[in-house]
Design a protein around this ligand. Structure first.
Ligand code: PMP
Length: 358
């Protein structure tokens, strides 16, 4: 039996699934997780909260996740209310719900490549057409280019990613505002890495008043170090959340997830203390690369896109042989590395020095 023998949807035939390698190596810097170990007190508190929630598992969870939404709104600040916040199993599920409600067959989404590779995958999964807008050679996206693409393609959903994965740089809010001014559809700003942005970077959350078609997505997978929890969320006008209720699965967010996420938010200051340490390692990577004859893209995220390779794939494999797993994002000449702990960053830089000068 082979996938080709199944009555699969025509538009899925021949496609590849998302699949960053999950390899058991000493230094894993390929999926932009937070490498820092979780505080013991947090682990104990999660275990206790999950234990309490377990006693209620005969009942469906709160389908509105009211308490969690209140906590998320409080974390974000900006005068946001719980009615503007909506959580799901990772921001990937949030993005899927957005496309289920606002994309779908006969509709199109526009993104600006290179960007988060899952945006087009979720578009395909929801039967939404995908249009690749382009970036300048230095991976920046100007308001002028973004507006031109929106005017040309008239998308139902526009994806902006800030800080952008895999390039790392945050967008100026004037780009978001310019897109909002001309887009007739929804405008999603994927801010999965917002907490790592350099000082002075403004979040698209500040644009929510007066922009009911703006959706800002966030996650606890990165800065909070909770990738395994699967908790992402969006912030938008409450009417957008009403629309998502039409497509979300009933009781999509487990009572255990809700309980654990609330504990993690309560430990927010402790968890987020790692952000400054990670930013320091990111900036250290950027500072060290020129010494190795390599260049990088300015980063507001917990990773660095760096290049100057004749054969990036060969360097990726050579680093893996040294026990360091990073990401080949498919951009010729470039590789992406997550900023980890200080020892991990040292291991990466030492291995890179060895293989880059070999
Ligand atoms: N958006 C971006 C830009 C990402 O890089 C990621 C994770 N790599 C996600 C969303 C999804 O994260 P999660 O589903 O874990 O919230």
């Amino acid at each position: 039996m082979d996938i080709a023998d199944l009555p699969l949807r025509e538009d899925l035939r021949g496609r590849s699934p998302y699949g960053a390698p999950q390899l058991d190596v000493a230094v894993r810097l390929n999926t932009n997780e937070n490498s820092f170990p979780l505080p013991k007190q947090l682990v104990d508190d999660i275990a206790e909260a999950v234990r309490d929630a377990a006693a209620t598992l005969n009942r469906y969870p709160d389908r509105e996740a009211a308490a969690l939404r209140t906590d998320l709104a409080a974390y974000l600040g900006h005068g946001l209310s719980e009615r503007q916040v909506w959580p799901a199993n990772g921001s990937n599920e949030i993005l899927q719900q957005v496309l289920q409600a606002f994309g779908g067959p006969g509709r199109v989404a526009l993104g600006f490549t290179p960007s988060y590779s899952v945006h087009p995958i979720i578009a395909t999964g929801t039967g939404t057409g995908w249009i690749d807008g382009t970036r300048a050679g230095d991976f920046t996206l100007s308001a002028e280019n973004a507006v031109a693409a929106v005017k040309e393609h008239q998308p139902d959903v526009v994806f902006l990613c800030s800080p952008n994965n895999p390039t790392g740089t945050a967008l100026d809010l004037d780009v978001v505002e310019a897109v909002l001014a001309v887009a007739r559809g929804m405008v999603v700003v994927d801010e999965a890495y917002a907490e790592f942005a350099r000082t002075g970077t403004k979040s698209a959350l500040t644009l929510l008043p007066g922009h009911p078609r703006l959706v800002v997505t966030r996650t606890m997978s990165k800065a909070f170090g909770m990738a395994g929890l699967r908790l992402g969320y969006l912030v938008a006008d409450p009417a957008v959340i009403d629309a998502l209720h039409l497509v979300r699965l009933p009781y999509h967010l487990s009572a255990l997830t809700q309980a654990a996420a609330r504990v993690a938010l309560a430990h927010g200051p402790d968890l987020l203390a790692t952000v400054e340490l990670i930013k320091a390692q990111r900036d250290r990577i950027i500072a060290e690369l020129p010494r190795l004859g390599l260049r990088s893209v300015p980063s507001d995220a917990n990773f660095v896109l760096f290049g100057g390779f004749a054969d990036a794939g060969a360097t990726w494999r050579a680093l893996l042989d040294e026990g360091v797993l990073i990401r080949d994002v498919g951009l010729p000449g470039w590789l992406r590395v997550t900023a980890g702990t200080e020892p991990e960053t040292t291991a990466f830089l030492d291995a890179l020095e060895k293989v880059a000068t070999a």
